[in-house]
Design a protein around this ligand. Structure first.
Ligand code: SAM
Length: 175
């Protein structure tokens, strides 16, 4: 099974903590293996690590990566790279091609303006509509299209707790 990881660009510790945490949690919940953070913010590693500890799975966060090096090394190891941007080709046009490739996949999302070099370094610039919205929503739609909805049924090994779905109220089981 190939690896799917996120590279989070442009994180500003003073204002993006919540959004970046949600990028990581969305990635984890929807089938990705880990997130590289192109900024130094150990708080993100800790908060997502706490979720992994309780809710299971092997999702990793690597703090303070150099983004160009991260992309270069990913490609040197044989991986491919997709960048989510409202300026890219429509997701419906490219996702089947991405899905059929067996290589590990790195998905880049930005915060504010993404450096122009990124567009030329990647294999696919992909839009989820050509309207401005968010890194969380575009990542969620892209992963769901990539995995064709099957990620919803994944198991999270070594979980300490899990939700027992119910029609009304909340039921959480200690395992
Ligand atoms: N103005 C910024 C730019 O030009 O890169 C966009 C910032 S947006 C708030 C943050 C991130 O959300 C983008 O870097 C991109 O990864 C993602 N994003 C926003 N709208 C998108 C769309 N329609 N399709 C794909 N990704 C999108």
């Amino acid at each position: 099974m190939r690896k799917v990881c996120i590279l989070r660009l442009g994180h500003r510790p003073e204002r993006d903590q919540r959004v970046t945490t949600h990028v990581g949690l969305t990635a984890r919940a929807l089938g990705a293996n880990g997130m590289y953070l192109a900024a130094n913010d150990i708080g993100i590693v800790t908060s997502i690590g706490d979720v992994v500890e309780r809710w299971g799975g092997n999702f990793f966060v690597e703090n303070d990566v150099k983004w160009k090096k991260c992309i270069r090394e990913w490609k040197e190891r044989g991986g491919i790279v997709a960048h989510l941007t409202m300026y890219g080709l429509e997701v419906g046009e490219v996702v089947a091609a991405v899905r059929e490739r067996p290589e590990d996949l790195l998905i880049i999302v930005g915060a504010e303006k993404v450096p122009g070099d990124v567009y030329g370094m990647v294999d696919y610039n992909v839009s989820v509509t050509n309207q401005p919205h968010s890194e969380i929503s575009s990542l969620a739609v892209f992963l769901d299209r990539l995995f064709m909805g099957r990620e919803i049924e994944q198991d999270f090994p070594d979980a300490k707790i899990r939700v027992e779905p119910c029609k009304v109220g909340k039921r959480v089981i200690e395992l």
